[in-house]
Design a protein around this ligand. Structure first.
Ligand SMILES: Nc1ncnc2c1ncn2[C@@H]1O[C@H](COP(=O)(O)OP(=O)(O)OP(=O)(O)O)[C@@H](O)[C@H]1O
Ligand code: SF4
Ligand SMILES: [Mg+2]
Length: 355
C-alpha cells in the first residue's frame, strides 16, 4: 500500500552548469513528490536532466554545476540549504536514500570480492561485527536472487555477468535498509531478458520492503508495469506527471504521446513505431515559450510566446474515488490520482489520443 504523504519533495529545482561556452540551464523549475512506498518513473530523452535531478537529491551536484533555485526536502528537512545541510546529507545518503547507477562494473571495485564489498557497507553503516555482516551479506545476495550466495560471495566482479553485478549493487543499496531507492538507468547496460528480471526484482523488493523508488530511464517501456506514477521530462522541465496507467492509456502532453508512439511495448502491438523528429532546444538559450514547440504538431503562436505551466488537469478517468471503490482494498489504496500537464492544448491532445 502506498502512503501518499511525501517522503521526498522536490520543489522548483533549478540547476545550471557554467561552461566556457555559456551557462547551461539543465534543470528548469522541476517539482515532484514521492510518497512512502511509491514508485515514480522519471522518463525523458537523453540530456533532458534526469540524472542531474537525481544527483541533486544527495548533494552530488559539483562544479561547474550549481543548484541555483528551489529545494529538495527529505521528510521535511532540506537537502539543499541551511546550516546543517552537509550533516543531513551524510546521515541520509546510503542510509535512508540509496542509489544504483547504470554501469555496475564501474560502481564495483574490481580488486575486492563482491562479498567483501557488501560486508564493508554493512560494517560502515550498520556497525555489524564481521561475522554478522558476512551472514547478512549472504542473506542480501539471496534476497536479490543470486543463486548459491555462500559461494558467490567470494567471487570478484569480473567473474560475474552484468545482470549479476547489478544484483550485487542492489544488494549493497539495500544493505542499509533505505526508504528510497534511486535507480538511474539500472538496466540500460543489460540485455532485454536480464532487464526484465532486474525490474521484476525492483518491483518485488518495493512491495516486500515498502520501499519508495525513483526509477530513471529514457525508455517508457521500462517503467510500464513497475511504476505507480510517471513524470515525463523534456528540456529540463517536467511536462506531465500522472498515474502510470493513465499516462499510458491517454497521454495529455504531445511529448508524452510522441514518446509512447516511439517506444516498443510488450503489452500492446503498435502499427508502427514513430520516431520523434527534430531535436530539443539548446539549453544555453532556452526558448521564451514552450520548449517542445519546434517539434510539436499541436503548436500555435501562443506556444512560442509563453511558457505553459505544470497545472492540474482533468478528473482522471481510471482513478478510483472513495465513492467508486468496490472493495476494501481499493478504499485502502490511497494512491495519488492527480495528473499535472504543462501544455496549453492538453485537453485537445487527449481528445485526439482518445479518438
Ligand atoms: N558536468 C557537466 N558539465 C556541463 N553540462 C552538464 C554536465 N552534466 C550535465 N550537464 C548538462 O545537463 C544536461 C542534462 O544532463 P543529464 O545527465 O541530467 O541528462 P539525462 O536526462 O540523464 O540524459 P541521459 O538519458 O543521456 O542519461 C546535459 O544535456 C548537459 O547539458
Ligand atoms: S504548449 Fe503548445 S507547443 Fe507546447 S506541447 Fe502544448 S501544444 Fe505543443
Ligand atoms: Mg542520465
Amino acid at each position: 500500500m502506498i502512503d501518499p504523504t511525501p517522503v521526498l519533495e522536490v520543489e522548483h529545482l533549478q540547476i545550471d552548469f557554467l561552461t566556457r561556452r555559456g551557462t547551461v540551464h539543465a534543470v528548469r523549475d522541476v517539482s515532484f513528490t514521492i510518497g512512502r512506498g511509491e514508485t515514480l518513473g522519471l522518463v525523458g530523452e537523453s540530456g533532458s536532466g534526469k540524472s542531474v535531478t537525481a544527483q541533486a537529491l544527495l548533494g552530488m551536484i559539483e562544479l561547474p554545476g550549481r543548484i541555483v533555485g528551489g529545494d529538495v526536502r527529505w521528510k521535511g528537512e532540506s537537502l539543499v540549504r541551511g546550516p546543517h545541510v552537509r550533516r543531513t546529507i551524510e546521515r541520509v545518503r546510503g542510509q535512508e536514500i540509496a542509489m544504483v547507477f547504470q554501469d555496475p562494473m564501474t560502481s564495483l571495485d574490481p580488486v575486492f570480492t563482491v562479498g567483501s564489498q557488501v560486508v564493508e557497507v554493512l560494517r560502515r553503516h550498520r556497525r555489524l561485527s564481521r561475522k554478522a555482516a558476512k551472514a547478512r551479506a549472504v542473506e542480501l545476495l539471496d534476497i536479490v536472487g543470486i543463486a548459491n550466495p555462500t559461494e558467490r560471495i567470494s567471487q570478484y566482479p569480473f567473474e560475474m555477468s552484468g545482470g549479476m553485478r547489478q544484483r550485487v549493487l542492489i544488494a549493497m543499496a539495500l544493505a542499509c535498509e533505505p526508504e528510497l531507492l534511486v535507480a538511474d538507468e539500472p538496466t540500460t547496460a543489460l540485455d532485454v531478458t536480464i532487464q526484465a528480471q532486474i525490474l521484476e526484482l525492483v518491483a518485488e523488493l518495493q512491495q516486500e520492503l515498502r520501499l519508495a523508488v525513483l526509477l530513471i530511464t529514457h525508455d517508457l517501456g521500462v517503467v510500464a508495469g513497475v511504476c505507480d506514477r510517471v513524470a515525463v521530462m523534456y528540456a529540463g522541465k517536467i511536462v506531465e506527471d500522472a498515474p502510470a496507467a493513465d499516462l499510458y492509456a491517454t497521454p495529455a502532453h504531445p511529448y508524452s504521446a510522441a514518446l509512447l508512439r516511439s517506444t516498443p511495448r510488450l503489452d500492446i502491438v503498435l502499427d508502427r513505431l514513430v520516431a520523434i523528429e527534430g531535436a530539443p532546444p539548446d539549453l544555453r538559450r532556452p526558448p521564451a515559450g514552450c520548449a517542445f514547440a519546434t517539434r510539436c504538431p499541436f503548436a500555435i503562436d501562443h506556444c512560442r510566446e509563453e511558457q505553459p505551466r505544470l497545472e492540474v488537469f482533468e478528473p482522471v478517468p481510471n482513478a478510483v474515488g472513495a465513492g467508486d471503490a468496490e472493495t476494501l482494498e481499493e478504499l485502502e489504496q490511497p494512491a495519488r490520482t492527480e495528473r499535472t500537464v504543462a501544455c496549453f492544448r492538453a485537453a485537445e491532445v487527449r481528445e485526439e489520443v482518445l479518438s
